[in-house]
Ligand binder design. Structure first.
Ligand SMILES: [Zn+2]
Length: 278
């Protein structure tokens, strides 16, 4: 069933848990993610990557994922992830999705705040706008090893939250998208300071694929209530695909392949949801 981004995050925060937000490049992935969430009775966020949303054909994925979320037996929300172009942000507001990450993290802070504020003001009722302050390095769609970007400043975060009215803030505390060049060193003190400075504003942690379960649990204890996952699902999807293709080629059993992929994604998403808490 569909739920608003705000309600979903509020429910997870109250439960002292975090919502899993998983990038879905196709319906097969979304079905696997929802299966994992249903098995655990937890809400879930289906993410559409910026690259998918930018391409007119690939954008058709949004209504498909909304259908999957509607049919889910757990509360679910579709979010357009990391959109920086103001025109695309406006398109996201009317796309049928329930939320967008208006990502101005590469811009000077005033321009970042304006991008987010404009989205908040123009958003339909109950539409969620996430912002990013500091910059999380690494691309969403291709895994590469990168070092951490500019870290989020706690005082700036407090002011930014008030100025923008964002419904969630993605923070940079040593986390990256893709693969970590060295074992990740998360700045826990910074997370605590950000948590204190922004009050009840939901915080999100991107780049969870390379983080240990212990780090994820600690980040949730310190106030993270949304965790974005992409790389690990892609890895498991492609591993399963390469392993299964030789079996299904005789007989061209595409449905068997899809079943196997849904199962592999459900296993991968389930392992992460178990860490994020019930
Ligand atoms: Zn991200």
């Amino acid at each position: 069933m569909l739920i608003s981004f705000r309600e979903l995050l509020e429910e997870r925060r109250t439960a002292r848990a975090a919502a899993g937000a998983f990038t879905c490049y196709d319906v097969t992935t979304a079905l696997g993610v929802v299966r994992a969430a249903e098995a655990r009775g937890v809400p879930v966020i289906l993410l559409v990557s910026e690259a998918s949303f930018r391409a007119p054909d690939a954008r058709l994925l949004v209504p498909a994922l909304v259908s999957v979320a509607e049919a889910a037996r757990v509360p679910a929300c579709v979010q357009i992830d990391h959109v920086s172009d103001p025109e695309l942000v406006r398109a996201a507001l009317v796309s049928g999705a329930g939320a967008v990450l208006a990502d101005g993290s590469r811009l000077p802070v005033d321009e970042n705040a304006a991008l987010v504020r404009d989205a908040v003001v123009a958003a339909p009722p109950d539409f969620g706008v996430e912002a990013e302050l500091g910059h999380i390095e690494g691309g969403e769609d291709v895994a590469a090893a990168v070092a951490a970007g500019a870290l989020t400043d706690p005082d700036e975060a407090a002011e930014f939250a008030v100025r923008t009215g964002a419904g969630c803030l993605a923070i940079s505390i040593g986390n990256v998208h893709g693969t970590y060049v060295a074992p990740p060193q998360l700045d826990w003190q910074r997370l605590e300071q950000i948590r204190e400075s922004v009050g009840d504003l939901p915080l999100s942690l991107h780049g969870a694929s390379g983080l240990e379960g212990e780090d994820l649990r600690r980040s949730i204890a310190l106030g993270i209530c949304k965790v974005n996952v992409n790389t690990e699902l892609r890895r498991r999807y492609l591993d399963e695909l390469s392993a299964r293709v030789p079996d299904v080629l005789p007989g061209l059993r595409l449905l068997d392949l899809q079943d196997a992929l849904v199962g592999a994604v459900a296993d991968a998403a389930g392992e992460i949801l178990d860490v994020l808490g019930a």
